[in-house]
Design a protein around this ligand. Structure first.
Ligand code: SF4
Ligand code: SF4
Length: 86
């Protein structure tokens, strides 16, 4: 697995051009704001339930995160971190 570092400020310079979103699934309340605002459909609502009993947001590996930070900004509960891969 590639080493990564946290990028809490969107649009930082990157070396690899590859980003990933990490979602704290048990903190997620399933509002889907991040899913709606992701321009590349990297996020989706899971069919599974988390510890809160809601369908949480998860990453779709078929769509590559571009590191735009929209999900990070939109999440009301700060469940998402964007990381740039090195
Ligand atoms: S940073 Fe942008 S591309 Fe990546 S998951 Fe969030 S909204 Fe989607
Ligand atoms: S915006 Fe935050 S709380 Fe809402 S579904 Fe996405 S990760 Fe969960």
């Amino acid at each position: 697995m590639a080493e990564s570092k946290q990028v809490n400020q969107p649009k930082s310079k990157n070396k690899s051009g590859r980003y990933s979103a990490e979602i704290k699934k048990d903190k997620c309340k399933g509002c889907a704001l991040c899913v709606i605002h992701c321009p590349v459909r990297h996020l989706a609502v899971s069919k599974k339930l988390n510890k809160r009993g809601v369908h949480y947001a998860e990453c779709d590996p078929h769509h590559q995160c571009i590191g735009c930070g929209f999900c990070y900004v939109m999440c009301p509960d700060a469940c998402i971190e964007i990381r740039e891969e090195e």
